[in-house]
Design a protein around this ligand. Sequence first.
Ligand SMILES: NC(=O)c1ccc[n+]([C@@H]2O[C@H](COP(=O)([O-])OP(=O)(O)OC[C@H]3O[C@@H](n4cnc5c(N)ncnc54)[C@H](O)[C@@H]3O)[C@@H](O)[C@H]2O)c1
Length: 380
Amino acid sequence: MRKVKFGVIGCSLMGREFASAVARWCHLEDMPAKPEIVAVCDMSEDLMNWFENALPTVSQKTKDYKELLANEEVEAVYCAVPHNLHEQFYCDIIKAGKHLLGEKPFGIDKKANDAITACVKEHPDIFVRDSSQFPFFPAMQRIGKMIEEGAFGQILEVTSAFKHSSDINPMKTINWKRMINFNGEYGCMGDLGMHTCHMPFRAGWYPNNVRAILSNVVKERPDKEGKMVPCETWDNATLLCESVDHKTDQPFPMIIQTQRIAPGETNSWSFEVKGMKGCARWCSKSPKILETMVYDGGDQAWRAADVGWMPAYKGITGGIFEFGFSDAIMQMWAAFIHELVEGKPPAKFAGCVTPDEVAYSHRLFTAALKSQKNGTTEQV
Ligand SMILES: NC(=O)c1ccc[n+]([C@@H]2O[C@H](COP(=O)([O-])OP(=O)(O)OC[C@H]3O[C@@H](n4cnc5c(N)ncnc54)[C@H](O)[C@@H]3O)[C@@H](O)[C@H]2O)c1
């Protein structure tokens, strides 16, 4: 089987999820290629040692990402570093001729993303995608099929949300995701936003305008020494957008929510589509339950169906079993490898976020910042 040799830059939370997906690649069936991690880069020796211990294929460890990019064996790079480094690292990766799966938000702000987008366009032979695993849950794939089949009729409303709650503890130590210098002005939108945009954007539901309400709830947090320091990032964001249903040319409201302080939610993704002919909703709190309603003149009744392990990319797990976070990460990697090798995803909703989709998310979040500042509805 064809091997795609990878370098990983940023070996922490998400870097290790990739390592785990690579280590159990035999889980997938009918893949045209398999990833192999040969080089790692991080500031932490311990994290690089973790990779070396976990994967016998790792032959290069370096604290300097340019050394990794100079490694001719490396064909593709997964880059999962703080947002302030995205622009320089992603552009250097692309210019070095390596394919890239980069983490969201793909630039700390719109200016950084514009530079990355320009670099992508200057290197059309380099395959570049953004990470987002949300739509790879089997129930979300079903909703994708329903969208393609026009099962909803005229769209009435779409809600896409991603909610966390650990920041409800005001004494939680500040980390880089709560600091503007590292995470960016977008706050929770930069951190969580692309996840909420992937599905609607792939459906063609781009927001034309936005009225945003952003909240900075906890304004100070302790640092590692326990000293209280300013915490300036937006904790919660609710974006009321207007989009257009291209099948009917009718506008509809789309609500995008990203919240770091959502009581009771550890890592809840949810998505709901309401239409004149049908509705569907799903939340990662109950990952296998897909709720749908078909309106055919009779009762307007929701039904709940268990959707088992039936993802876009086939694997050895039986169809009746449950699907989870690490499965979604692995499916996202399957999508990246499939598209890199075959040139297109097997289905519309079975592909990673494209550079154009992520660029639109920056337009949305930048307009949202302006909307919050001026109390206005802003064109996207
Ligand atoms: N897809 C998802 O669900 C998801 C979840 C969490 C984070 N993320 C994204 O992943 C990226 C990283 O977030 P994380 O949570 O893994 O952060 P993290 O802080 O856990 O890891 C970042 C790693 O980057 C390393 N690093 C920092 N500067 C470096 C440098 N100059 N050279 C090499 N390595 C360097 C750090 O040592 C650290 O190990 C961010 O873009 C974040 O938005 C995505």
